[in-house]
Design a protein around this ligand. Structure first.
Ligand code: F6P
Length: 364
């Protein structure tokens, strides 16, 4: 078996642990392993395909990022190319990719990526490629798996930020608004907000009103707690139902959400008269060492992906269905994106301990 591994989309802590586990377990089966650089760019003549050996994956399990590098502008079905007039045009380069993979003798691919990469993998499988996927995203928005590696690390980073914001907020009697990642899913905000004991948590999945946020903060103030911590998901819609879009995306890239924290802090300051500050945690959530949980999950996913290749599970992704690692058809996983269930026990418990989601008046 000549197996190739690729990492696509935004990086997530744990990617290297997957690469290592998949490579070592494949080598243990006597297979040859290749690494496709920068998503599929290595198969499109835009980057390299390199051998992956026991030596090349040594000492990487604890490292963030990906030794194979990645891109979120590498969809081979809509590959952006700069035109003479300075504009970009998308080209379908999937046939070229398939030919190049065949010429390199690649018999199977393990594609590690989020919803975008899963969709691309499915289309390549439909064209006859033999691909097994490993779901990856800090956003935890892929269905069919309890969680994805990278999520726990991102949440831990956000909790550390909330802990730090607490002490400065309390010293100054300020309201601190922290914006966390997650795109259209509120899992990072919910899990970090509850674990970090935020006072208000705003999610894309629970429409909120400024008046309820303000009332929760003022009610807390009345009880003598002069500071407050608000955690807002970057994809939370504002009162008009709009998601805040930050800057320009590059050609071939999904829209970039963000910027809600600053506007929210301004509005809260105006309405409460309390001093507010905002911060965007941003890509810190994607960087650094994966937590122990993520390292273990990534390693399990890597080993399971090799097994799935051995079993010929083309068009499947490995998934955690606690306590087991299973395989799930990509098509199933892509049917619906995973979102926070507003009736989930984490949300109910959060409400029970006094966290406001800004959707109803806080208890007086
Ligand atoms: O999907 C992962 C993610 O980090 C999102 O949480 C975030 O909105 C987006 O990627 C940021 O993308 P980029 O790295 O292109 O700015």
């Amino acid at each position: 078996m000549r197996l190739a591994i690729s990492t696509g989309g935004g990086d997530a802590p744990g990617l290297n642990a997957v690469i290592r586990a998949a490579t070592l377990s494949a080598i243990a089966r006597g297979w040859t392993v290749l690494g496709i650089k920068r998503g599929y760019a290595g198969l499109l003549g835009e980057d390299e395909v390199v051998p992956l050996t026991a030596d090349s994956v040594r000492g990487i399990a604890h490292l963030g990022g990906t030794i194979l590098r990645t891109t979120n502008r590498g969809n081979p079905f809509e590959f952006p190319r700069l035109q003479a007039d300075g504009t970009y045009k998308n080209f379908d380069r999937s046939d070229e990719l398939i030919d190049n993979a065949r010429n390199l003798g690649i018999q199977a691919i393990i594609s590690i990526g989020g919803d975008g990469s899963l969709g691309i993998a499915q289309k390549l499988v439909d064209k006859g490629m033999r691909i097994v996927c490993v779901p990856k995203t800090i956003d935890n928005d892929v269905s069919g798996t309890v969680t994805t590696f990278g999520f726990d690390t991102a949440v831990s980073t956000a909790i550390e930020a909330i802990d730090k914001l607490h002490t400065t907020a309390e010293s100054h009697d300020r309201v601190m608004v922290l914006e966390v990642m997650g795109r259209d899913a509120g899992f990072i905000a919910l899990h970090s907000g509850v674990s970090g004991t935020a006072d208000v948590v705003l999610l894309p999945e629970i429409p909120w009103k400024l008046e309820h946020v303000v009332q929760a903060i003022m009610e807390r103030d009345r009880r003598g707690r002069k500071f407050a911590i608000v955690v807002v998901a970057e994809g939370a819609t504002d009162e008009s139902g709009q998601v805040s879009i930050i800057g320009e995306s590059m050609p071939g890239q999904a829209r970039r959400v963000g910027g809600i924290a600053q506007r929210l802090a301004h509005a809260i300051q105006e309405q409460t008269g309390k001093e507010c500050r905002s911060m965007v945690l941003g890509h810190l959530q994607r960087g650094g060492m994966p937590t122990g949980y993520d390292r273990l999950l990534a390693t399990r996913f890597g080993g399971a992906a090799t097994q799935a290749v051995a079993d010929g599970k083309w068009g499947h992704m490995v998934a955690l269905q606690t306590p087991n690692i299973v395989t799930v058809p990509i098509k199933e996983a892509l049917k619906e994106p995973k979102r926070v269930d507003p009736t989930h026990d984490v949300v109910r418990t959060a409400r029970a301990v006094g966290i406001s989601f800004g959707d109803r008046p806080a208890a007086v």
